[in-house]
Design a protein around this ligand. Structure first.
Ligand code: UDP
Length: 403
C-alpha cells in the first residue's frame, strides 16, 4: 500500500508534517522532473522511489525518468564516476563522444518539460543540451564526492555543469569553484519503506535461515554494491584480524546495479577470496539487487555494521544501519563523516587494523555497542529522514521557482 505523508507523523511528529504542507502550499501545481540512470540499485533510485510519490501527494506534479544507455555508455559513465572520485584513469575521446551522443538521443526521447528539472549524477548530466526553451530551472544534483576529481574529466564536465542554474551537493566539503549557486542537501532514508520499517524477530530469523547464516555467533555485516570503492577485500581482511580475537561471522550482502558494469568482476574477486571459509557469508544474487526486506532483516539481525568505503558520497547503508539501532564502524570519508559521530554512534576509522580494533572492542563491550546504536537511531531521526529531505527541497523550490 502506498505510504501517505501523514503516516510519517508517528515517526517525526505532526509539526514536521504540518511544516511540509505549509511549505508545499504555495508550490501546488508546480511540475518537477527527476532524471537518473537506473530504476533499481544504488542510493539515488532508493530515494526517488520514496520521494516521488510524496512530492505528488504534497501537490507537486512529479515525474521520474530513467535514461537508457548501452553497455559501453555505462562503462564510460562508471569511468567518469571513478575519475570524479579521484581515480585518475584515462577516458578515450570516443567514449566521451558516445556519452554525449547517448544523452542527445535520450534528450530527444524523454519529455524534459517541467518547471524544475533535477538531473541526478554524471550519467545524464549532458541532457542540459536538450533543455527546452522557457523559464524552467535546471538543477544538477551530484551525489558523489567531487572534492578531488581528476582534472581532465572535471574540465570536460564543467562545460555542462555551468549551463545549469544550480548544483546540489551532499556536504559542504564537496563544494567547487563554479559560477552558479551551490546548495547542500544531505540524502535521507524512508523510515517506513520495506528497507527500513520495523520487522518481527521471526522475519529476521527466516531471512538469515534462507541465506544459510547461523546466528550462533556475533554477526558483522557490510551491505554494498560490489564496487572497488566499497573495499570488500578490506572488509574481509579486517574480519580475519577480528577473528583471531573473537569468534564471529561476516556477512557481505549486495547485488549488482544495472548501471554498474564493474560489479560482476569485483564480486568474482570476493567470491574467490572467501571460498572455503564457512564463517564468511556472501549473499549476492546475480543479476538483480537483494530484496529490500531482506536487507532490512540482515541489518536488524547484525551486531555491528561496517562501511569500509574508500570514497563515499553519502552511504545510505550507514543511515539504514543506524536507523536499526546498530553501531557503525565506518571509514572517515565523505558522507560517512557527516553521519557517524565518532565514539558516540560508532567509530570513524582510517585503516584495516583500526576497523578490526574497534570491532573487537565493541564485541567485548556489548552494552556500549547497544548504547551507540541507540544514539545512531536518534541521529538519523533528527537529521537523515525523508521528511527533512522533502523540507529542504521545498524550501529550495520556493526560492528558485520561476514566476
Ligand atoms: N542496496 C540494495 N541492494 C544491494 C546493495 C545495496 O538495495 O544489493 C541499497 C542499500 O541498502 C542502500 C543503497 O542501495 O539503500 C546504496 O546506497 P549508498 O548510498 O550506500 O551507496 P551507492 O550504492 O549509492 O554508492
Amino acid at each position: 500500500m502506498a505510504l501517505k505523508i501523514h503516516d510519517y507523523e508517528k515517526v517525526v511528529g505532526p509539526e514536521k508534517i504540518a511544516e511540509l504542507e505549509r511549505l508545499a502550499e504555495p508550490l501546488r501545481g508546480l511540475s518537477l522532473l527527476h532524471v537518473n540512470s537506473t530504476l533499481v540499485g544504488g542510493g539515488v533510485a532508493e530515494m526517488l522511489h520514496s520521494l516521488v510519490p510524496l512530492f505528488n501527494e504534497l501537490g507537486i506534479k512529479t515525474r521520474w525518468e530513467v535514461i537508457k544507455g548501452s553497455p559501453l555508455f555505462f562503462r564510460t559513465t562508471k569511468s567518469i564516476h571513478n575519475a570524479l572520485q579521484g581515480n585518475g584513469m584515462e577516458i578515450a575521446p570516443e567514449m566521451l563522444e558516445r556519452y554525449r551522443e547517448i544523452n542527445r538521443r535520450n534528450a530527444e526521447i524523454l519529455d524534459l518539460n517541467a518547471d524544475i528539472v533535477v538531473i541526478h549524477d554524471p550519467q545524464p548530466l549532458p541532457l542540459i543540451e536538450g533543455r527546452p526553451p522557457g523559464r524552467s530551472r535546471w538543477i544538477w544534483r551530484c551525489h558523489i564526492d567531487i572534492s578531488h576529481p581528476a582534472k581532465e574529466i572535471w574540465d570536460f564536465l564543467k562545460g555542462y555543469i555551468e549551463r545549469y542554474d544550480m548544483v546540489i551537493l551532499s556536504m559542504p566539503e564537496f563544494a567547487k569553484y563554479l559560477p552558479i549557486p551551490q546548495d547542500i542537501i544531505p540524502p535521507s532514508i524512508d523510515p517506513l519503506s520495506e528497507k527500513n520499517r520495523e520487522l518481527q524477530a521471526k522475519k529476521i530469523e527466516e531471512v538469515y535461515a534462507k541465506h544459510g547464516v547461523p546466528r550462533d555467533k556475533p554477526i558483522l555485516l557490510q551491505v554494498s554494491r560490489f564496487d572497488p570503492f566499497k573495499d570488500p577485500i578490506g572488509v574481509i581482511e579486517a574480519y580475519e584480524l577480528v577473528k583471531r580475537e573473537v569468534d564471529c561471522r561476516l556477512v557481505f550482502a549486495g547485488g549488482i546495479a544495472s548501471d554498474d558494469p564493474e560489479s560482476s568482476e569485483v564480486l568474482e574477486r570476493v567470491r574467490r577470496r572467501v571460498q572455503g571459509n564457512s564463517s564468511i557469508h556472501l549473499i549476492a544474487p546475480q543479476g538483480e539487487p537483494l530484496p529490500a526486506l531482506e536487507i532490512n532483516a540482515l541489518q536488524r539481525g547484525a551486531d555491528i555494521i561496517i562501511q569500509k568505503s574508500l570514497k563515499e558520497g553519502f552511504a545510505l547503508t550507514v543511515t539504514e544501519a543506524m536507523w536499526k539501532g546498530k553501531p557503525v564502524i565506518g571509514t572517515a570519508v565523505g558522507g560517512i563523516k557527516l553521519q557517524v559521530i565518532d565514539g558516540v554512534t560508532g567509530f570513524l576509522v582510517r585503516s584495516i587494523e583500526e576497523v578490526a580494533e574497534r570491532i573487537t572492542f565493541l564485541l567485548h563491550n556489548p552494552d556500549l555497542a547497544q548504547e551507540m546504536g541507540e544514539m545512531g537511531w536518534e541521529q538519523v531521526r533528527r537529521n537523515f529522514l525523508i521528511t527533512r529531505h522533502l523540507r529542504d527541497y521545498l524550501r529550495l523550490f520556493s526560492i528558485i521557482t520561476p514566476r
